[in-house]
Ligand binder design. Sequence first.
Ligand code: NAP
Length: 252
Amino acid sequence: MIELTGKAAVVTGSSRGIGAAIARKLADAGADLVLNHSRAASRNGAEAVAESIASREGDNRVIISQADVSQADQAQKLIQSCLHEFGSIDILVNNAGITRDTLLMRMKEEDWHATLSVNLGGTFNCSKAAVLPMMKQRSGRIINLSSIIGLIGNAGQTNYAASKAGIVGFTKSLAREVAGRNITVNAVAPGFIATEMTGGMPDKIKKEMLDRVPLQRTGEPEDVAEAVLFLASGRASYITGEVLKVTGGLGM
Ligand code: NAP
């Protein structure tokens, strides 16, 4: 069993979906958690995740920190809340993400900028805030949520694909920068996972996607959380700069 007791983790965008599953999985392994959401409207979601963690066995501590990770000052405060509450930051999962899908010829500049600034900018902001304390600790784990779309592309998602491909380059570069301080930086690239993000897709597109998945099913948030848990654990201590696909074989 993976043991993370005494480790402090920040999971961005953990009020629902994949982030919520990651937070629960890390908590099950014993980690203390900072849950994060950006909008007042999703506070309830974060509270429900905190309650589900608190209702299990174990004495994990959990706090909720509202922060828009695309804003550097808010990302800084998010990381500070972990340091302040738990005294360290051992695991950072850059999970917060959005889509603003449309064909390039119809894409508004704001759709481009919003997607890049949350997905890639948020990863930059939180990593930058976490790296200094991790370097002082001489240990740390950073796990970034990329996407299979960042590796193979998808019509209607130029902004999203660019942000997720950017995360791959960011991950490999940062992995090289901090390896000497015993900090690993890896990415997870999910395929087609059942969350609110994919729930709104037209049925025809969903079916086309599923037809391309060799394991012939949609992924669950827990499938992604298992991969993140592994990368956050001591079992992955010799793995850095990698992109682990969790896709049921899509894009293999
Ligand atoms: P989701 O259900 O839409 O949840 C997104 C989470 O991110 C929410 O908690 C949301 O909280 C938070 N968030 C959004 N903007 C934020 C911001 N500016 N600052 C802080 N938090 C913010 O999405 P998901 O499907 O779980 O996806 C999670 C990650 O996996 C994303 O990076 C996504 O790109 C990636 N991914 C998903 C799939 C998939 O099939 N679902 C596939 C590949 C990759 P608020 O509502 O409060 O903003």
